[in-house]
Design a binder for this molecule. Structure first.
Ligand code: BG6
Length: 471
């Protein structure tokens, strides 16, 4: 059967402000948590930004957005996922008035995208809380963040109400349990945080996310607002019933976040989890009502699957994204140890759709690899990234299978469509893009852009609406 994606399918690529904009202190931008501690899995590292922080310059999208958007348009992008740096708009997070120059920058970017008919897909908060909110309030551990966030979303929703239709609230909201500093701006070191602290902070974010949905729909009823989940399906390591139950529990650790966003209330299974872990969520009287504002769609990232076991002897974590599980003996891994599982994408798409019957959006998927820049027979610099083409092809074939299964899917944006700085390791050696950026971890490089082999490959996938994919 020929591969067919739905009409109007939103093909594109994804980025995050702190990983590619650079210009960390220009035009009134305040510092964000990433400017002093760029490595996702570590806590605060320095008091001030240091030169070796690759994210400070990123790939300089701030000054080169026109050139980059032109390349995205050449590939035929229908959508482009980017995030707004909160501290460009509110430098300290708790400021009364927004920074006009920051707002203007995103106006320019959205106008440039509109020139080519590319729909922006905007993440409101992608791993970069304004540093002052982290230091002075302990980030999302503090209920006050809900109010500051409300102010921020009102400002951007109002300003961009005719330029942006698709919004995501918090990037990988479930990751905050594992990386509380990067994901939730919590200044207190992870080792000192109890489960109570973490789930209370998550409650604040969940309320803020639902509040954003409510406010967004008031400002423009046409807005489509989604949540964003770090998607990692868990397989039982063996057919032992106890392993199957363990996989169910591990899945629920993540699905809990989508459940609230999609169903508007805490799922019952969390009562037991909270009881057994001595967690008591402090709710304000209005919270239950706010949570009822459910999302229009569910978006998620997908890089790896994981295994779960009830056997403590075998329960040894492998590597992969922020949520480490037990490695799968049947799968190969990337150079960074992330296990590659295209069928897991079909599986998780079906899992989400069976559970919610809401439209889905894959907003991150891709292969981080070391690329070698070569000069081809025509004298052009390029990268022969057949490994990336294979990875993306195999995943997209499984996406097509899921669509055939009946899953309603709005679109697919590959992660890091242009090379950018990695979130977990803050390096540029780990490249995801269709476009090579000449910048290296020692700070050298011209920042020139070069098309990789995968650039034309993706262009063809988009122009044929998936028909060029190889089963
Ligand atoms: C996701 C994040 O977890 O994975 C991105 O939303 C991140 O910000 C991506 O870049 C890939 O992870 P890494 O660590 O390879 O950059």
């Amino acid at each position: 059967m020929a591969i067919k994606f739905p009409e109007g399918f939103l093909w594109g690529g994804a980025t995050a402000a702190n990983q590619f904009e650079g210009a960390y202190n220009e035009d009134g931008k305040g510092l964000s948590t990433q400017d002093i501690a760029p490595k996702g899995l570590m806590g605060p590292l320095t008091d001030e930004p240091t030169e070796d922080n690759m994210k400070l310059i990123g790939i300089d999208f701030y000054h080169r957005y026109k050139e980059d958007i032109k390349l995205f348009a050449e590939m035929g992008f229908k959508t482009f996922r980017l995030s707004i740096a909160w501290s460009r708009i509110f430098p300290n997070g708790d400021d009364k008035e927004p920074n006009e120059k920051g707002l203007q920058f995103y106006d320019n970017v959205f106008d440039e995208l509109a020139k080519y008919g590319i729909e922006p897909l905007v993440t409101i908060s992608h791993y970069e809380t304004p540093l002052a909110l982290a230091k002075n309030y302990d980030g999302w551990a503090n209920r006050k963040l809900v109010g500051f966030f409300e102010n921020y979303v009102r400002t951007i929703f109002t300003r961009y109400k005719d330029k942006v239709k698709y919004w995501l609230t918090f990037n990988e909201i479930n990751s905050a349990i594992h990386a509380p500093y990067m994901s939730a701006g919590i200044w207190t070191p992870k080792e000192k945080l109890s489960k109570q602290d973490l789930y209370q902070a998550m409650h604040h974010e969940l309320v803020a996310s639902a509040l954003a949905v409510k406010i967004g729909h008031e400002i423009n009823p046409e807005f489509k607002i989604g949540c964003m989940i770090l998607g990692v399906p868990n397989y039982p390591l063996t057919p032992m019933p106890s392993d199957v139950l363990k996989a169910m529990e591990k899945d629920r650790e993540n699905l809990f976040f989508a459940d609230i966003h999609a169903r508007g209330e805490y799922p019952k299974y969390m009562n037991r989890f909270f009881k057994e872990n001595n967690i008591e969520i402090k709710m304000e009287p209005e919270d239950k009502e706010i949570l009822k504002h459910t999302v229009d769609f569910i978006s998620f990232s997908y890089y790896v699957s994981s295994c779960a076991t009830a056997d403590p002897e075998k329960n040894k974590a492998g590597e992969g994204n922020l949520i480490f599980g037990v490695p799968n003996p049947y799968l190969k891994a990337s150079e960074w140890g992330w296990q590659i599982d295209p069928e897991g994408l079909r599986y998780i798409l079906n899992q989400f759709y069976d559970r919610y019957q809401k439209p889905l959006f894959i907003v991150e998927n891709g292969l981080g690899a070391v690329d070698e820049l070569i000069t081809d027979e025509n004298g052009n610099k390029t990268v022969n990234d057949d490994y990336r083409i294979k990875y993306l092809n195999d995943h997209l074939v499984q996406v097509a299978e899921a669509i055939e299964d009946g899953v309603e899917l709005m679109g697919y944006t590959t992660w890091g469509c242009i090379d950018l700085v990695s979130a977990s390791t803050a390096e540029l050696k780990k490249r995801y893009g269709f476009i090579y950026v000449d910048r290296h971890d020692d700070g050298s490089g011209t920042l020139e852009r070069y098309k990789k082999k995968s650039f034309n490959w993706y262009k063809e996938v988009i122009s044929t609406n998936g028909a060029s994919l190889k089963k």
